[in-house]
Every structure is written in structure tokens, then in C-alpha cells.
Design a protein around this ligand. Structure first.
Ligand code: SF4
Length: 231
């Protein structure tokens, strides 16, 4: 099987894999078109790779003993069939593994969960509102199935909701709260949607929005310090 298509590599992060120093490998390709996507250059699945997988592995080999882990991000890493083998190779170098995913492929997620130490799952909206954000019909059903798998596996995780206030109202957030609590999920972080790098402009500023207080209150119920900036 050909190696993964890599869209980029960040040599050091202190925030993308909680409690660990890590590098981030960005996988190329995503089937969705989220209105606020901060990595639109990673969406085309067949774009030329930014670097070869072998070069990424060689870089990681030189970071053994200096980094704790490697984050697989994107794009959508589970889009690529090469992900499980790539994770095995990284583990064989002695690194812990984190996965950033939007959860649109629950079966592929299930296949890699045993290889993962931490998952950051994007929760973009309450189930019924997913098409509004992603442009993909029925997207919410797959994501909530992925969330069930993560909760059942007991893997360390964080749920992240990037909140575009003109597209998700406080009523939507309350519905999301209900849906997450019904599943027993309690690790939600609300991230402020920022204009920089966004694929399509949204009007307004988040902090001035009347629903900002509602988002802050919701974040507080999940024992997080409050909405935080994304991207
Ligand atoms: S935000 Fe994530 S899931 Fe949405 S289009 Fe961009 S890479 Fe894909």
C-alpha cells in the first residue's frame, strides 16, 4: 500500500496533544467543506504532497527522546487507508499517538482507536445542524457514532466545537449540550470561530454576539475555562 499523502508537518506543538510535546503531521484530503475551514489547502485529496512520508518519518526519528508524541491531523486523517500503518510506524519509534478527526468515518476510527492515546474530536453542531456547517447530508449521524466509539473505548479525549455564532444559535448549543449529556460526554471545549484563514467569510465578531454569554455559560458547565480561540 502506498504511504500517506502528507500535506504538512509542524515540528513542535505544546497544545495539540495535551500534556505532551509533539509534532503534527497533516494528512491531505477532506470530503467536507466546512464554512469556517482554516485549512482549505488540505481539502483536495489529490494535491501534490508537501513532503514524502519517508521524510516525515526520518524527521521523527531524529526527534526520538525530544518529543513525547505525534499528532495525526488534517484535512481528515481517517480519509486515508494508510493511516493505521503510519500510526504503527510512529509507535514503533517510541512515540505516543494523537488523532484529530471530524469523525465522519466511524468504521475507520474504530480500526485505529487501539493505536491512539488521545483523540480530539470535532463536534461541529447538534446532530441535525451538521449539513448547515459541513455541506454534507447525514454528517451528524456518523459523527455521533464516532463519539459513541470513543466513549466506549475509554480513550483519553477532548470534544471541540468551533462556534460560528451566525450559524449556531444559543438554542443550537443547548441542543448540542442535551445530545452530549445524553451520551455521557463531558469534555467539551467551545472554540471561538475566527476570520483569519477561513474559507468563506462570515459576518460579525464572536465576542460581540449576544450568544457569546450562552457559549461561555455552556463551556463552564463542561468544566472548561471558557470559549477559547481557534486557528
Ligand atoms: S474544518 Fe476540518 S472537516 Fe471541515 S472541511 Fe476543513 S478539514 Fe474538513
Amino acid at each position: 500500500m502506498p504511504g500517506p499523502r502528507v500535506g504538512g508537518l509542524a515540528p513542535l506543538t505544546t497544545i495539540d496533544f495535551p500534556g505532551r510535546l509533539a509534532a503534527v503531521v497533516f494528512f491531505q484530503g477532506c470530503p467536507w467543506r466546512c464554512v469556517y475551514c482554516h485549512n482549505p489547502h488540505l481539502i483536495p485529496a489529490n494535491a501534490p504532497p508537501a513532503l514524502a512520508w519517508e521524510d516525515a518519518l526520518a524527521f521523527l526519528e531524529r526527534r526520538r527522546g525530544l518529543l513525547d508524541g505525534v499528532v495525526f491531523s488534517g484535512g481528515e486523517p481517517t480519509l486515508q487507508a494508510a493511516l493505521p500503518e503510519a500510526m504503527r510506524e510512529v509507535r514503533a519509534l517510541g512515540f505516543q499517538v494523537a488523532l484529530h478527526t471530524a469523525g465522519m468515518y466511524p468504521e475507520r476510527l474504530a480500526a485505529v482507536l487501539p493505536l491512539v492515546d488521545w483523540v480530539g474530536l470535532d463536534i461541529k453542531a447538534p446532530r441535525a445542524a451538521y449539513p448547515r456547517i459541513t455541506g454534507a447530508p447525514c454528517a451528524g449521524d456518523a459523527v455521533f457514532e464516532s463519539l459513541s466509539l470513543i466513549l466506549a473505548a475509554g480513550v483519553e479525549h477532548e470534544l471541540r466545537c468551533t462556534w460560528p455564532p451566525r450559524l449556531l444559535s444559543s438554542t443550537d448549543l443547548a441542543r448540542l449540550d442535551d445530545e452530549l449529556r445524553a451520551m455521557g460526554a463531558d469534555r467539551l471545549v467551545i472554540q471561538e470561530c475566527r476570520a483569519a484563514g477561513r474559507a468563506s467569510a462570515l459576518p460579525g465578531t464572536c465576542r460581540a454576539d449576544p450568544d457569546w454569554a450562552g457559549a461561555t455559560e455552556l463551556a463552564g458547565r463542561y468544566h472548561n475555562p471558557g470559549p477559547r480561540s481557534a486557528g
